[in-house]
Ligand binder design. Structure first.
Ligand SMILES: [Fe+2]
Ligand SMILES: [Fe+2]
Length: 290
């Protein structure tokens, strides 16, 4: 089984958005967009990435959050339209939110992410209202995909995350229930001490690490760092690989930052290969990272 890992698309789509949407933390975020971030993420790169996915033809695609910049419905709907082009459909594409997708309390209350991404963020047994609850589980053959939400609308300048007691307890249940499968846990924030962790870290990473050390997990994927990462956490039968991938839309010419995604090959419940595809500005296509 081959799984493509995308993250941090940061779609900017402000057309038709009223200024009233910016009477909150979005004002600071919007200025940051105009001055910096807006130029760093190119939507044509997302379309090129989706074209490349048609060539590499993974069995499943996961997106580990920050699909938007300001958790505006216009941004989330635009990403949904791009994802809708993938032939795998919502059953073959799994998304979870990042801190930019639940940027302000109003987005959390109105559940824009859940409403706009709909079937891409639902488990095999969705709730009656058809909106995602976290963690959700999708079983695909020997794979159990577990989508968690670390995002929360923190006040500026925080970009931190937290699973919370309820999700940690639910994670214990689902990780235990799916022992015997290849358990793939999706997070947005990395479960290790990242740079500027006081501002940008996962608050309950120690509780998660203790849980994983006890009940195990075969692979943890995350985003948020905007660069490829390869770490490990202790598991009951050996180290658990923890992999991050850079932004799928970054226009930065630096090769370590440039738009990318990863493909993981899983055989007999083991991660056997990591392939990284990076955008080549010269050709406008994605190529294998040597
Ligand atoms: Fe991000
Ligand atoms: Fe993030």
């Amino acid at each position: 089984m081959r799984i493509a890992h995308l993250s941090d698309l940061h779609a900017l789509h402000l057309r038709g958005v009223s200024p009233f949407w910016f009477l909150n933390k979005r004002l600071a975020g919007g200025l940051n967009l105009l001055l910096r971030r807006g130029r760093r993420h190119g939507l044509p790169l997302l379309e090129a990435l989706c074209d490349d996915l048609q060539q590499t033809a993974p069995d499943h695609v996961v997106v580990t959050g920050d699909l938007s910049n300001l958790s505006l419905p216009s941004e989330l709907r635009w990403v949904r339209q791009v994802l809708d082009r993938l032939p795998l459909g919502p059953q073959g594409v799994t998304v979870i939110p990042g801190n930019h997708d639940i940027y302000v309390r109003e987005a959390q209350r109105a559940r824009y992410f859940e409403r706009c991404l709909g079937p891409y963020a639902l488990g095999d047994e969705p709730p009656a209202d058809g909106l995602a609850t976290f963690p959700f589980v999708r079983v695909r053959g020997e794979l159990a995909l577990i989508g968690a939400c670390t995002a929360r609308p923190s006040p500026p300048p925080l970009a931190d995350g937290q699973l919370g007691r309820r999700q940690l307890a639910a994670l214990r249940q689902v990780l235990t229930a799916h022992k015997g499968r290849f358990r793939l846990l999706l997070l947005h924030h990395p479960p290790w001490r990242n740079r500027w962790w006081v501002l940008r870290g996962l608050r309950d990473r120690h509780a998660l690490a203790r849980l994983l050390a006890e009940v195990g997990c075969e692979l943890v994927l995350h985003g948020h760092e905007h660069r490829d990462e390869h770490h490990e956490l202790p598991g009951p039968h050996g180290p658990i690989p923890v992999l991050g991938v850079g932004s799928g839309t970054c226009t930065d010419p630096h090769p370590a930052r440039r738009a990318r995604y990863a493909i993981y090959t899983i055989e007999a419940r083991r991660l056997v290969r990591i392939q990284r595809r990076v955008h080549d500005p010269a050709t406008g296509r994605f190529v294998d990272l040597p």
